[in-house]
Ligand binder design. Structure first.
Ligand code: ATP
Ligand code: MG
Length: 660
């Protein structure tokens, strides 16, 4: 599993701008080191201080960390609080009542705003409406909605009454939705009639109907429907209720349900890049603490900021950095309904310009596709838009290839915005390893250093630390407040997946490979641990070869997998998307040869892909991640029998079956 390559040969270093450093929440490396030292000398005291300073507690906690049932750790367990109180009521008390909480940018460009006062009232009515249907603390509620103020309000309303939500991304099929409803044992589904995406009206409510018709959803009682498009949909008497009817006569105040800090705030299924999705259970107190604190530390959020995270509420990024984090710190945020390519691929840049966004947080997959789009159509190049409001950029979801980083830095940030390359997972609840925008010198493609209090390390298969410069397995050595509590209904899988006996049973296994730079100690994620390649005894991460390919000007995207080979043990098969149309025949052969030689020159002959296949796209999860596990099957020429429920574009598999 280890990776004994030297990691990315990346020598470019970018210091954070002096002005940013001067005003940052964590200003300079000394401030960062001081916080790390505090955590090292008194771990529990460190977290207790932060929890007291950053959250409003109804009943203060007396124990910080309870390890008695490790790895089922508990944080602040005897404390009581309410997430919605911390996100809404607290802002009304802090003088933010008339501040804009959400700027909603609809698919068609229509804008709706909600102040903290308005959002508070919406959430209270929603919460009272849920209570009127008998939904109560501890019940599970599935939310199957597109991006909307109502979607955020639905999550907040559940939190307000102590119901545990499970948001299912609005692109999932009836079957996937049914499985999640059953697994969570949900009593209600909150949905919309339809969703608007890329100028199209797409079904939501009819998919809920289909999911329930599949059977087995024995706990389900209510379907609550938000009218988004007014499309024609059937209503089942007694089971279905319109949201506007539900909330109509409800009072605009609702006493929050005070819950233990360990009360499950939500269950969220992982994206399924590496296997069957897991129902990740998160807590109330620890989760909210980290959501709020990372808004301050990683995003350096200020009262004047306009924060824009482009994720969907169906993914963890949309939980921590749309539904909870920004509101917990009283920020103004953009909630975007549409897609990056509608009405054209300049939509993100136009929206930043339109709302004067100051912090922009998106995924490498979006950046790579917009680089390609700007190359093909100069009209949608970011230079046509005024992006001068931006002061900070962020990336999340996959490793960002250094060349994509450079493009983002130059063309979007105009070399004045730091980029926070935030490494984290559904399971971690919030950022783990990231540069601090006012402190950490940045290196393209490296997520740099762990946040204060996050005890990441790189170990070998036996759990022993490996020296810097030598790759291995990324682990977290101490529990942290926002960590996963269990896999819903499957504590055994929780233990074996994340705290395997081979590593001693107390180290959190992230599932990613990483390497630390010899000189700086900076972390670079090299790929999933199952994705490490072994060619003639040389271990390599997929990330390094992919980044070399993406550094070639004709390449838009690349994914690399291993394939059994008689002579070398494993050989490298690269799947490549070019900026130009997909080549075939002789042209494909010529370009493949060119790219193979390119990789040999960039990294070394050992990294030269044996085979290159060109596609119009790569198989991706609905959250935009490359599904290398499927590519491995294709590379071997086998038939796919694995779980493909979270695959966005099944048609692409056919094209990638053989060499072009
Ligand atoms: P599953 O666990 O079901 O396979 P998944 O791991 O894709 O799905 P997520 O929790 O959404 O589900 O993604 C977390 C993973 O995304 C990380 O483990 C890592 O591989 C990748 N990742 C996220 N951010 C970064 C980043 N900044 N740099 C490198 N990799 C990242
Ligand atoms: Mg994962």
């Amino acid at each position: 599993m280890a990776n004994d390559n030297q990691g990315l040969q990346e020598n470019r270093v970018f210091a954070p701008p002096a002005e940013f450093v001067a005003n940052a929440a964590i200003s300079g490396m000394d401030a960062y080191n001081k916080l790390c030292a505090e955590a090292a000398s008194d771990y529990e005291g460190f977290w207790a201080r932060l929890a007291r300073e950053n959250l409003d507690w109804h009943k203060p906690f007396t124990t910080t960390l309870d390890e008695s049932e490790a790895p089922f750790y508990k944080w602040f367990a005897d404390g009581e609080l309410n997430v919605s109180y911390n996100c809404l009521d607290r802002n009304l008390k802090n003088g933010n009542a008339n501040k804009t909480a959400i700027i909603f940018e609809a698919d068609d460009g229509k804008v709706t705003r909600a102040t903290y006062q308005e959002l508070y009232e919406k959430v209270c009515k929603f919460a009272n409406g849920l209570k009127s249907r008998g939904i109560k603390k501890g019940d599970r509620v599935v939310i199957y909605m597109s991006m909307s103020i109502e979607g955020v309000a639905a999550m907040q309303a559940c939190a307000r009454i102590g119901a545990t939500h499970s948001v299912v991304f609005g692109g999932f099929s009836a079957k996937s939705l049914q499985e999640r409803i059953i697994d969570a044992g949900a009593v209600a589904v909150i949905t919309a009639d339809e969703q608007l995406r890329g100028g199209k009206q797409l079904p939501l409510k009819t998919i809920v109907d289909e999911a329930l018709a599949l059977g087995g959803c024995t706990t389900m009682k209510d379907v609550i429907v938000y009218k988004r498009t007014g499309g024609n949909i059937p209503i089942v008497e007694g089971r279905d209720i319109w949201l506007h009817d539900l909330v109509e006569s409800q009072p605009a105040e609702c006493e929050p349900e005070w819950v233990s800090a360990e009360h499950p705030l939500f269950i969220l299924y992982t994206s399924g890049s590496t296997g069957t999705p897991k129902g990740v259970q998160h807590s109330t107190g620890g989760f909210l603490l980290w959501a709020a604190l990372t808004m301050k530390w990683s995003f350096d959020i200020k009262p004047s900021d306009v924060f824009w995270c482009t994720a969907d509420i169906g993914w963890v990024t949309g939980h921590t950095y749309i539904a909870y984090g920004p509101l917990a710190v009283g920020a103004t945020e953009i909630v975007f309904e549409g897609v990056p390519t509608y009405p054209n691929a300049g939509r993100f840049w136009e929206t930043i310009d339109k709302h004067k966004a100051t912090i922009f947080y998106t995924a490498p997959t979006a950046i790579r596709s917009l680089i390609k789009a700007a190359d093909v159509d100069p009209q949608v190049h970011p230079k046509n838009y005024d992006l001068s409001s931006l002061r900070l950029l962020g990336s999340v979801g996959e490793p960002i290839n250094p060349e994509a980083w450079m493009w983002y830095y130059k063309n979007i940030g105009h070399e004045k915005c730091p980029i926070v390359d935030t490494f984290w997972q559904t399971e971690t609840g919030g950022h783990m390893i990231t540069p601090l925008p006012g402190a950490t010198p940045m290196v393209p493609g490296s997520c740099t250093l762990p946040l204060p209090g996050i005890m990441t390390a790189i170990v070998d298969e036996a759990g022993h630390d490996v020296p810097n410069g030598q790759g291995g397995i990324l682990v977290v050595k101490r529990p942290w407040p926002s960590m996963i509590r269990t896999i819903w209904g499957n504590p055994e899988r929780f233990k074996t997946s994340y705290f395997p006996d081979e590593l001693g049973g107390r180290m959190y296994l992230a599932g990613d490979g990483a390497i630390r730079n010899k000189d700086t100690g900076y972390f670079t994620i090299t790929g999933r641990i199952d994705d490490v390649l072994n060619v003639s005894g040389h271990r390599m991460g997929t990330m390094e070869i992919e980044s070399a390919l993406v550094a070639n000007p004709i390449v838009a995207e690349a994914a690399v997998v291993g394939k059994p080979d008689d002579t070398t043990g494993e050989s490298i098969c690269a799947f490549v998307v070019l900026k130009q149309a997909r080549p075939t025949g002789e042209e494909a052969k010529k370009l493949a040869l060119e790219l193979r030689n390119w990789v040999a020159k960039e990294i070394g002959p050992i990294a030269k892909p044996k085979e290159i296949r060109f596609g119009d796209n790569l198989p991706k999860t609905r959250s935009g991640k490359i599904m290398r596990r499927l590519l491995r099957v294709l590379a071997r020429g086998e038939t796919i029998t694995q779980d493909v429920s979270t695959l966005e574009n099944p048609a692409i598999l056919e094209q990638l079956k053989e060499a072009s």
